[in-house]
Design a protein around this ligand. Sequence first.
Ligand code: UDP
Length: 473
Amino acid sequence: MGSIEHTPTAGRRVLFFPLPFQGHINPMFQLAALLHSRGFSVTVFHTHLNAPDASLHPDYDFIPVPDGGVPTDTPGTVQVTLERVLAVNRACEAPFRDRLAALLEDDGHGVACLVADAHLLTMLDVARGLGVPTLVLRTGSAACFRIFTAFPMLCANGYQPAEESPELAEAPVRELPPYRVRDLLSITAAAHPVMAEAVTRIVTAVAASSGLIFNTFDALEHAELAALRRDLAVPVFDVGPLHLISPPPAAAAAASRTSSLLPPDRGCLEWLDAQAPASVLYVSFGSLATMSASDLVEAAWGIAGSGQPFLWVLRPGLVRGSALPSPPPLPEGFDAATRGRGAVVAWAPQEEVLAHDAVGAFWTHCGWNSTLEAACAGVPMLCRPCFGDQMGNARYVDHVWRVGVELDAGELERGKVAAAIAAVMDGGGGENAGAGGMRRRALEMKKRAAKSVAEGGSSCFNVDKLVDPIMAL
Ligand code: UDP
């Protein structure tokens, strides 16, 4: 960020409440750091599940909220994830009300507002009930939120719940281009009630809030943001990419640790230092996505068969049914077949990995943070979405921004994996063919991201637009 004259915030306090999953915690802490750098005091409410390490944020206050003992294993499907999210909402409601009321009694005048994750809809209601204005942080894309606002129409027009039909899956959603039915939230009849409840309540909570904050930027989602501004009665603030606009932590080591739930293995950065520029395939499926044991075997032999150097994040729990806490075992013979050509870690300092010159492409599950981090680093993507908003993100990567290719849905097959890796490392394969076209567009995207967070850029401007009303709340 450039050096800007900031409005004094007169010691006002902003309260934050992240949803306790990695992809939600990271942007919430980045937003907290951003507002802290503008002079606001920061108080973080948090569940016991995935509680942040308060010692890494000596300037913030932390208030734990009992969550009723949410299971700690990977939820695996969107249905289980949403059931847990709604359970967290129910369990935290009363304890959050007590703690917020106590805080207000102590320091009522200082509190400007609560910024809560869109999924913590009950906390948003509780805060409003106690007279605290709310801002909603939606950690997915603006495009995905359009699915949320269009959900009643998607149900009325028969797109949701999605039938298990391969033909229907490929059908375009005419009312919401560029999506096909399979790019929507992929809600089966069984998962439909919980999704319908969550989406309806999220959209209602947003409508009752003082504004909706997105971790995105105008040059990436101009049309989608414009559509939301037209459809929603509340202000919309695109202030991303938050990992670029929020002030960097003091030391590089802290940068990877401040909100990471697993310790990143920084040794892989040294390994990357020894690799040729744009030669390495980085493979990671984020914190929640899972795969079958047979897909892992095909992925492994596909990576081996591609002949490319690789850095692979094999997170404990990645393979359905594999024993925690050990990382899932790779097939026999894989080490020998790839000796000297790869590194495997349990968790990586991803932002730094993607920013490293040696990384030539990213095989990703297309979680929004990963998608945004890759887009901002100018790294082409090989997309293998798993659930939730990931299919829609992959559609934008492949079809709209054209900075990656999507692997076929269904079971992985080693030959196809190897061919897709070759295409994306080459930077110009698949539907997005053309001499290095994907890489060129990805690098263009990187420049636009940097411009949006520089002084006078769209996100920088929106941060000012966000700070002013917080002061007025
Ligand atoms: N991440 C990381 N190290 C890893 C894998 C992921 O630091 O080895 C971070 C990544 O940079 C991103 C977050 O974890 O900020 C994952 O969020 P995303 O939305 O991509 O996926 P989710 O985990 O929510 O499915």
